[in-house]
Design a protein around this ligand. Structure first.
Ligand code: NAP
Length: 315
């Protein structure tokens, strides 16, 4: 029979919450392994510029910040298993048995779930059909394809307005389509948006269809939330930022979730299941920022270390 590897702390997800948890775990000399289905960094690596993470007065690119956090955790001994998608977490005595897509198993004394969130879909006709052919959820990845073209950003929150600003580096016009009559983004982000001549606001409008021509996006059909006539906006790219859904499927049967699927945690990051912690955008914490994800990752790790120590000392 093959011996199952035993580790102290398994961290699922390599975004700011997971990377900070890994830093704290590894510095405490716990055997800490980060399992990440992609490359370390999480959602911030697709964020052009982060200007509200303390210590970087001029801002820092999301890619660089993710890389720095990864290097720092690795420097202290955290082990990274990129492209290692954990498919199952099962209680095993007081430990947890983790199984990946290749049916390989690891036994962990504590688990921190930092799986983050995925961008929501609009669920309108044409969205799925033209994904990758004009419809995108990543301005940093795809923005440069729209040099001197007209694009739309859907949504009115921080992500939509920040990414619209980024897209003005390439596009000739960026239309922000928002269902309410005012933006929801942080005021200082809104101020930059109002000062940018390339940005046009399409307020009180919702997308009802993505229109294509010859296999690529040619426009969007917009209905009014105020009874105005429907309009068709001709354009070549659509970037969707209408919020996120938590990636909590893995622990759905293990711990308590909110109705929207966020993992419920206490102020230390403990879920409703002993030894199982969570941090970052997958949790029900209010403020979803890089700085809070990092802080919650540190707290969860600190608590997980105490849990491991108490358990191992009592054996
Ligand atoms: P968000 O704050 O939830 O905003 C989503 C936006 O999409 C809202 O304006 C919402 O409209 C709209 N929306 C939702 N469903 C829609 C639909 N079906 N059709 C049309 N519009 C729809 O999401 P987010 O901007 O992705 O941000 C997620 C979290 O990350 C937030 O906590 C945010 O503060 C944080 N974040 C922070 C920064 C930063 O600090 N620099 C940057 C990016 C993200 P309503 O306004 O009508 O609800």
């Amino acid at each position: 029979m093959t011996k199952i590897e035993t580790i102290d702390m398994a961290i699922i997800g390599g975004g700011p919450a997971g990377l900070t948890a890994a830093l704290y775990g590894a510095r405490a000399r716990a055997k800490t392994v980060v399992f990440e289905s992609g490359l370390p960094g999480g959602q911030i690596v697709t964020t052009d510029w982060v200007e509200n993470y303390p210590g970087f007065p001029d801002g820092i690119s999301g890619m660089e910040l993710g890389d720095l956090m990864h290097r720092q955790a690795e420097k202290f001994g955290a082990e990274f298993r990129p492209f290692a998608s954990i498919e199952k977490i099962e209680p095993h005595g007081m430990d947890f048995l983790l199984t990946n897509a290749e049916d390989e198993r690891v036994l962990a004394h504590a688990v921190i779930v930092a799986t983050g969130a995925v961008p929501k879909r609009l669920n309108v006709p044409g969205e799925a059909e033209f994904t990758g052919r004009g419809v995108s959820w990543c301005a940093t990845c795809d923005g440069a394809f729209f040099r001197d073209k007209v694009v739309a950003v859907i949504g009115g929150g921080d992500a939509a307005v920040e990414e619209a600003l980024f897209l003005t580096k390439f596009a000739s016009e960026v239309h922000i389509v928002h269902r309410r009559d005012e933006l929801r983004a942080t005021k200082c982000i809104q101020e930059k948006c109002f000062a940018n001549d390339k940005i046009k606001l399409e307020l009180s409008r919702v997308v009802t269809e993505v229109i294509g021509d010859d296999g690529t996006v040619a426009g969007v059909r917009l209905a009014s939330t105020k009874g105005e006539p429907e309009v068709v906006l001709p354009l070549e790219g659509i970037f969707i930022f209408v919020g996120v859904d938590p990636k909590s499927e893995l622990v759905r049967d293990l711990c308590d979730l909110t109705d929207a699927g966020y993992i419920k945690i206490d102020h230390n990051g403990l879920t409703s299941y002993p030894g199982l912690y969570a941090a970052g955008d997958v949790t029900d914490s209010d403020l979803k920022q890089v700085v809070t994800a990092a802080a919650r990752g540190a707290s969860a790790s600190f608590e997980a270390l105490k849990w491991i120590d108490e358990r191992l000392c009592s054996i």
